[in-house]
Ligand binder design. Structure first.
Ligand SMILES: O=c1[nH]c(=O)c2[nH]c(=O)[nH]c2[nH]1
Length: 306
């Protein structure tokens, strides 16, 4: 074993307030609106002194970041989460001297109005899900050096198709026991994140359109593997949305095994399954344009950094 004797130095670092739970009610009329967010902010810059000498002179407290998140929910509003995130990130970079780059990550929890006798209630909702819309905004530099990246996304989008999925012709070795199939259940809990090339976007319409495009491909593609399904979902999004440079998809293969009912003298032609929760295949792919602009630090995550 070789022993390392090099000088010990501070590596890359960032800090912020993770998971501020912000609920914003719009109550200008009797029909209220709700926005329910989980907002994380993080700052980068020259914070060496804080780490090396315990000197807080350049450190804007994480508590101040939290207060700003709540203040901006009122002063700027949260009608569009992407715009709210951009406002916050720009503020930290432009108004707080030591800050070179800021990142704001938001989970946007959806609520649906309760309907009573077919009439939507003004101020009562139920949480929908488990799917969650996500946003990650990064702002770096000032003046001519300024760069802004927006990554939209969805996570925990649980989707299942009961036919139209195959898996056959795979490589085999002495450990292979899997039987090929021409008709199986395909199910996943999709995580997708897409990088915009601009901040001039109709955020909500684009989000709904991308979600619908992915689901259309998942549903209508006669799938030979989850890998093919992911690529085709990504490709469809890029074909339809020129404002997207790349999309990253992560999909657990939620296996549904045909249950053995022969023991009870019953046929089971793909009707009764055991939904296995683990282990699961985990399939991940990026679909990108060859001419995509540089992603810079757009993908450098905060809350799930490691
Ligand atoms: O869509 C699939 N891709 C795989 O790589 C794989 N491997 C496996 O066992 N089943 C599946 N299904």
């Amino acid at each position: 074993m070789s022993e390392l004797t090099g000088k010990i130095v501070l590596g890359s670092n960032r800090y912020g307030k993770a998971e501020n739970r912000v609920v914003r009610i719009q109550r200008d009329t009797p029909r209220h609106e709700i926005r329910d967010l989980n907002v994380s902010t993080c700052l980068r810059g020259d914070f060496d002194a804080a780490h090396l000498a315990g000197d807080q002179g350049a450190v804007l407290p994480t508590d101040t970041q939290k207060q700003t998140v709540y203040a901006y929910a009122k002063s700027k509003g949260v009608e569009f989460v992407e715009t709210y995130a951009l406002d916050l990130a720009r503020h930290f970079v432009d108004d707080v001297e030591p800050v070179r780059a800021a990142r704001v990550e938001i989970d946007d929890y959806a609520w649906e109005r309760v309907s009573i006798d077919g009439v939507e209630h003004d101020h009562t909702w139920t949480r929908t899900g488990p799917e969650v819309r996500t946003v990650a905004v990064t702002v770096e530099g000032t003046g001519a050096e300024r760069q802004e990246w927006v990554i939209g996304g969805v996570k925990d989008l649980v989707v299942l198709k009961s036919t139209g999925s195959e898996f056959a012709g795979f490589l085999t070795d002495p450990y292979t026991v899997l039987e090929p199939t021409s008709d199986r259940v395909m199910a996943t809990s999709l995580v997708a994140q897409w990088r915009f090339t601009t901040v001039a976007v109709d955020w909500d319409t684009t989000y709904s359109g991308i979600r619908a495009t992915m689901l259309e491909r998942f549903a209508n593609l006669q799938s030979k593997a989850l890998q093919q399904t992911l690529f085709e979902m990504g490709r469809a999004v890029l074909e339809k949305y020129p404002v997207i440079a790349e999309i990253r998809l992560s999909a657990p293969n939620k296996h549904h095994f045909v249950y053995d009912l022969e023991r009870f003298g019953l046929e089971n032609p793909n009707e009764v399954f055991h939904a296995d929760d683990r282990p699961y295949g985990l399939i991940q792919a990026t679909v990108e344009r060859e001419d995509a602009p540089d992603a810079g630090i757009a993908w450098e995550r905060f809350v799930d950094w490691m």
